[in-house]
Every structure is written in C-alpha cells, then in structure tokens.
Design a protein around this ligand. Structure first.
Ligand code: GLP
Length: 240
C-alpha cells in the first residue's frame, strides 16, 4: 500500500486527479470506478480542468459508480446520479452509454444487484476511486459487512444518514437504504485510489494503516488488495 500525505485538500485532489489523468492518457478506453461524497469534488474539478486544456478524448472512457440511494428518482438533486451528472458526466462530456450507476428505483432490486455485478465482471474496473466514511465505510458498506459481499441492498447506519444529511433538507429526508457495490466487488478493481480529507477521517485512516483486517472497519479490507494508493491530507493522516 502506498501512502501519500498531501499538504491539504487541494493537494490531495490534485494528486488523485493526476493519477486518473495518467490512466486515461495510457488507455483512452480505461474503466474508472467512481465515488460520490464531498471528498472527490475537488478531484473531479481538477480533472475537469486538466481535460479542458488537453487534447485527450473522453469518448471511449467508461465510468462505474459505487452506489446509489434507494427511492430517489435520478432527477432528484440529491441522487448520486445527479451528483455525477453535475460533477463528472457534463464536465467530462460523457454520453449515457459511458456512465454506469446502480438503479435505486429498479422494481426488482435483487435482480438489479445481480445485473450490476455481472456488468462489473463483464467490463472490469481498471482503477477505483474511494472515499471513506467516518466509521470506515467504503461505498455504503457499513461496519459488519462481509468482505466477500457483492453488489447488495444495504440499510444505512443512523450516523451515515446524519453525515450525509448536509446535502438534504433534514436527516429524515436521507434515504434509509441504498444499493452498493460490495467490498468483494470493490476488491475486483485492478487498482484502488482512496482519498480522505479532514480530522473526522483520521481514525478510519489509522485503521487502514495500523489495524488488522476487521469487519468492524470496512476500510481494512483494502489491506488484502495488491495495488492501493492512499492519498490523505495532513488532518486525515494525523494519527498514522
Ligand atoms: C457516502 C458515500 C461514500 C463516501 C462517504 C464519505 O456514504 N457512499 O462513497 O466515501 O459518503 O463522504 P464524504 O466524502 O462526503 O465525507
């Protein structure tokens, strides 16, 4: 595992964006696994700027998202689809057939999970971006999730709903369930880049670096992957 301590959020975002840019440069039909949340916004902006001033084309790139809330229509401003449209799909000029995200409104959610997992297997993810929750969750895989779990429906912990409430009118408006790639699905990626910023993430980053693998800290599953780069700012890295 490579650990890069960035000086601040901006530096973390720049380093992560440059890694993804290099991957696209090396292979224009690369498959990116992407994440939502506040943390990747700076990285997406930086990559958008790099792309805007570069001859690199994005028309062969494919993106695969980690998760989506259940019960929010894609048009809802708080759906992860809306987030991606705003932060990535539009600025990177991606067309619908390049962008994959679980359907949290599927009539049969079990089937949707199977479909999404089959697609991950069919295409393969070259590099997966991850953020992390305060309690060490990756995607929406909360503490206690099995490390071999595949794409699944999960119930969100109250603490996760509270943390994500900042994007909603109130905590009650945050959906209770989501579809998420499982930890087993995430570990299938050829390369993983995890970014974390701010003191609230320091304990989770500590767990990744210093604890044994434990389902109490989903982030520790990354210890079994051969190609992980962790990019944290000083505040998130202060305990390591
Ligand atoms: C959500 C997402 C995660 C993300 C986490 C942390 O729960 N499902 O993928 O890592 O939030 O988000 P933030 O970056 O806003 O702290």
């Amino acid at each position: 595992m490579k650990i890069n301590i960035a000086s601040d959020y901006h530096d973390m975002s720049r380093q992560a964006a440059e890694r993804f840019y290099e991957k696209l440069q090396a292979d224009p039909s690369v498959h990116f696994g992407l994440a939502t949340g506040g943390t990747p916004i700076g990285m997406y902006r930086h990559l958008s700027e790099l792309l805007a001033s570069s001859p690199l084309k994005t028309d062969a790139l494919k993106t695969f998202n980690l998760d989506e809330y259940i019960g929010l229509p894609p048009s809802d401003p708080n759906s992860f689809y809306s987030f991606m449209k705003e932060q990535v799909y539009k600025p990177w000029n991606l067309q619908a057939d390049q962008c994959f995200i679980p359907d949290g409104n599927a009539a049969d959610l079990e089937k949707e999970c199977e479909r999404y997992e089959a697609m991950i297997d069919q295409y393969g993810i070259d590099v997966q971006l991850l953020g992390v929750g305060k309690n060490g969750h990756i995607g929406f895989n909360e503490p206690g999730t099995r490390f071999d779990a595949l794409t699944q429906v999960v119930e969100l912990k109250p603490s996760t709903r509270k943390a994500n409430a900042r994007f909603f009118p109130s905590t009650d408006d945050v959906p209770t369930h989501a579809v998420t790639m499982g930890i087993g699905s995430i570990l299938k990626a050829k390369e993983i880049v995890l970014i974390a910023s701010g003191e609230a993430k320091a304990e989770a980053v500590y767990a990744l670096v210093h604890r044994e693998q434990t389902e109490d800290w989903p982030i520790t599953a990354l210890k079994q992957h051969r190609n992980v780069t962790v990019i944290v700012d000083e505040a998130a890295g202060r305990l390591i």
